[in-house]
Design a protein around this ligand. Structure first.
Ligand SMILES: [Zn+2]
Ligand SMILES: [Zn+2]
Length: 255
């Protein structure tokens, strides 16, 4: 299993437009964050989690040439607004399997009305093969990756966290229901939401993220969806040994 962080920033990205705080002015590449997304690669399959608003730039930067599927966590702009940019992959490989929960599909049909109700003439449309995921109902992509969708709660919105064998990706959440907690145990890698140091109404803050990590006891944990409160070097002393801030371009492997 290989996990690449394509983006690790909160909805505005870091730097944030017009901001002159220390993090936004930082020269450290670990403080430059596109909107959150990861790429999972295993046994010749490539799976993208979220077509972020920065997807085109991320795909070019990571040299993505093919994807076998796209998984959507939830239908918020920062996570899905790059969906139109799967078109070059459609041109080469045909329609793409896209997985999302029912409420995310409702949102996607509103955001991307032109895809689902094409009315105009001319212009290539993204080609999707929609799949609806149901929490705690695993599915496979290829023969070697079992994917378990787990529901987490982002304010009031049910969001899907995805477990890939012994790796899991859980972003945009404030609480993890008990059945999903049970699905996040015995992990090699847990990637978890942590928007900032102080409390937030719909995301985990640092203290809450560390509490969940202490309870779930993954071998390693990585915090993502970071805003400009957090500088990689300045804040890393706040983390226990098995926890790290994720950064764009970071690659994790299990071998
Ligand atoms: Zn988000
Ligand atoms: Zn969100």
């Amino acid at each position: 299993m290989k996990l690449t962080f394509l983006g690790t920033g909160t909805s505005t990205g870091v730097p944030s437009i017009g901001c002159d705080c220390e993090a936004c002015l930082s020269d450290d590449p670990k403080d430059k964050r596109l909107r959150v997304s990861i790429l999972i690669e295993h046994a010749d399959k490539k799976i993208l989690v979220d077509t972020s608003i920065d997807f085109r730039q991320q795909a070019l930067r990571a040299g993505i040439q093919k994807l076998d599927a796209v998984l959507i966590t939830h239908c918020h702009v920062d996570h899905v607004f790059g969906l139109d940019d799967i078109r070059p992959l459609n041109f080469r490989y045909g329609a793409m399997g896209v997985y999302a929960n029912d409420i995310a599909w409702q949102g996607l049909q509103q955001f991307f009305h032109y895809i689902f109700n094409p009315t105009h003439i001319g212009g290539g449309l993204p080609q999707l093969i929609p799949h609806t995921v149901v929490k705690n109902s695993p599915f496979c992509i290829g023969e070697d990756i079992e994917i378990t969708p787990l529901e987490v709660i982002h304010g009031k919105l049910p969001v899907i966290a995805y477990r890939f064998n012994d790796f899991a990706y859980a972003t945009d959440l404030k609480t993890i229901p008990q059945d999903s907690l049970d699905g996040l145990r015995d992990l090699d890698v847990l990637v978890l939401d942590c928007v900032r140091i102080k409390a937030h109404t719909t995301h985990l803050c640092l203290e809450e993220a560390l509490e969940y990590i202490a309870e779930l006891k993954p071998k390693r944990a990585f915090l993502t969806h970071l805003n400009h409160d957090i500088m990689y070097e300045r804040e890393k002393h706040l983390l226990p040994d098995n926890v790290q801030f994720a950064y764009d371009g970071l690659v994790l492997t299990d071998d």
